[in-house]
Design a protein around this ligand. Structure first.
Ligand code: 13P
Ligand code: SF4
Length: 299
């Protein structure tokens, strides 16, 4: 399958982008592997005819919004992020009517429709920097309450209004699971994604995006780590750091949607070109504004 994928990539001028949560064998055949921010930048710059995005819907959608002339395919169009939909109808309009000097800050893990109603997008690797840079005093942060409360802690000079959404995978990680791992591995550093609950981030030695966690491990002198994020990062962590050991909260956090990106599904979509991401043009133009603003402010 890997050989067939390589051949199809060349003949069709296709490029494969994969998130760190995609299955290991898919990360191995991808041209680019990274966190949400890195992959959005790569998608925007891509000159390939076809972009195969091995992630979840909001990622494929963002690629299409940023680079509309390309054919964006996903191995499985049903791979979706539940959190991307967790904003109640009408609440953005209600907040805009209630608060003066308000910016609606939208985590990239959101539908194109939510982006189109927002002022700026962020990812977990740039949210603090972007919220700090905004001129507005009040921030309505959607959809993730956990990333929102992490930002609120880091930017105390602003009022951050939280929305009641979260990633079901990261929200299942508990403080007692982390204590258990710490008991078993007393010397280990705890590295945590900001989508985790505040009770977990409070116990952590470092908080950052998937790419930030991977970069931290590479630089660290420690050789044992408790990793509080989806276990797809294990592939890159093990490949980059042969002598180091990684432990996960039990049971291992696993995003079933990300794991829909199988090697067989990648091969099939490259052969048939049948699972194309489409975004209504009016919606695309409106959703592009906050995405472009993110790319600008994150520079
Ligand atoms: P990052 O890779 O940007 O940290 O995002 C994590 C995530 O949950 C993506 O769905
Ligand atoms: Fe969404 Fe969570 Fe899966 Fe990331 S890990 S895609 S935030 S459900």
């Amino acid at each position: 399958m890997k050989n067939q994928i390589e051949q199809l990539k060349r003949t069709k001028n296709a490029v494969i982008l994969a998130h760190y949560y995609a299955p290991a064998e898919v990360q191995e055949i991808a041209d680019y592997v990274g966190d949400s921010f890195y992959l959005a930048k790569i998608a925007k710059q891509s000159t390939a005819d076809i972009i195969v995005f091995c992630g979840v819907q909001f990622m494929g959608e963002s690629a299409k919004i940023l680079n509309p002339d390309k054919k964006v395919l996903m191995p499985d169009l049903t791979a979706d992020c539940p959190m991307a939909h967790m904003v109640a109808d009408g609440i953005i309009e209600e907040m805009r009517a209630t608060y003066e000097d308000l910016a609606v800050v939208c985590y990239i893990n959101s539908t194109a429709e939510l982006k189109s109603k927002s002022d700026v997008c962020v990812t977990s690797s740039n949210a603090v920097k972007i919220v700090k840079a905004l001129p507005n005093r009040n921030i309505f942060f959607i959809p993730d309450r956990n990333l929102g409360s992490f930002v609120a802690q880091q930017v105390p000079e602003k009022t951050v209004i939280l929305n009641d959404g979260c990633c079901p995978i990261h929200a299942k990680i508990t403080a007692s699971q982390v204590y258990e791992e710490r008991k078993k591995h007393p010397g280990a550093s705890v590295l945590t994604h900001p989508e985790c609950d505040a009770s977990v981030t409070a116990l952590s030695d470092y908080i950052g995006s998937t790419a930030d966690i991977i970069a931290y491990v590479k630089k660290s002198d420690a050789d044992e780590f408790v990793i509080c994020t989806e276990d797809g990062v294990d592939h890159k962590l093990i490949t980059d750091n042969p002598g180091k050991r990684f432990y996960y909260p039990d049971p291992n956090p696993c995003c079933a949607d990300m794991k829909r990106n199988t090697l067989a599904a990648v091969l099939s979509v490259l052969q048939k070109e049948d699972k194309e991401v489409t975004v209504d043009e009016e919606m695309r133009r409106r959703a592009l504004i906050p995405l472009d603003r993110m790319l600008e402010l994150a520079k």
